[in-house]
Design a binder for this molecule. Structure first.
Ligand code: GDP
Ligand code: MG
Length: 175
């Protein structure tokens, strides 16, 4: 990571995961505190910035969201190249999205090695009654790849601040 103007540490954070798991919703909830029931079409890979101060240290998260290319298996390494952290999202009600998340983790580790701070997120925790991925399996998997696991609900604004805060602290610790 590099220190930009004003002494703020600039980091690149990417979101990965299957289409419709809620990646865009998580970022919009975190940065703009809004939620939309419809799928949000991002036209091009876009990024939003969030500034944080933790123990007097300033951090600027440059959060990259996909343009939906993941749906056509067209998300290239250029998207996650040079990332300091990756948030790999699955939908707790969708078994296939968990398998896809594992594939992304494998791909990331291959391309970026162990240097990248990794978080696995089970989103749509408000749909607990339809949950198909058991917490124990998700926790064990995350631990096995050196990642932390969080539950979030972009809809109900649960777990998102905590997840980004933990990720940010880990990024600062590495400096
Ligand atoms: P992306 O393709 O991964 O970026 O997913 P989107 O953010 O576009 O969300 C896909 C759909 O899931 C939309 O209809 C969202 O409203 C919905 N969604 C996103 N997050 C949540 C959540 O936490 N709970 C519920 N119930 N729906 C969500
Ligand atoms: Mg999206």
């Amino acid at each position: 990571a590099r220190t930009g103007g004003g002494g703020s540490l600039q980091v690149k954070v990417v979101l990965l995961g299957e289409g419709c798991v809620g990646k865009t919703s998580i970022v919009l909830r975190y940065v703009q505190n809004q939620f939309n029931d419809k799928h949000i079409q991002t036209l091009q890979a876009s990024f939003l910035q969030k500034n944080l101060t933790i123990n007097r240290r300033r951090l600027c998260l440059n959060i990259w969201d996909t343009a939906g290319q993941e749906r056509y298996h067209a998300l290239g390494p250029i998207y996650y190249r040079d990332s300091h952290a990756a948030i790999v999202v699955y939908d707790i009600t969708d078994e296939d999205s968990f398998t896809k998340a594992k594939n992304w983790v494998r791909e990331l580790r291959k391309m970026l090695g162990d240097s990248c701070v990794l978080v696995i997120v089970g989103n749509k925790s408000d749909l607990e009654k339809n949950k198909v991925i058991q917490e124990k399996d998700a926790q064990e998997y995350a631990a096995s790849v050196g990642a932390k696991h969080f539950y979030t609900s972009a809809k109900q604004n649960k777990g998102i601040e905590e997840m980004f805060l933990d990720l940010s602290k880990r990024l600062l610790e590495k400096e």
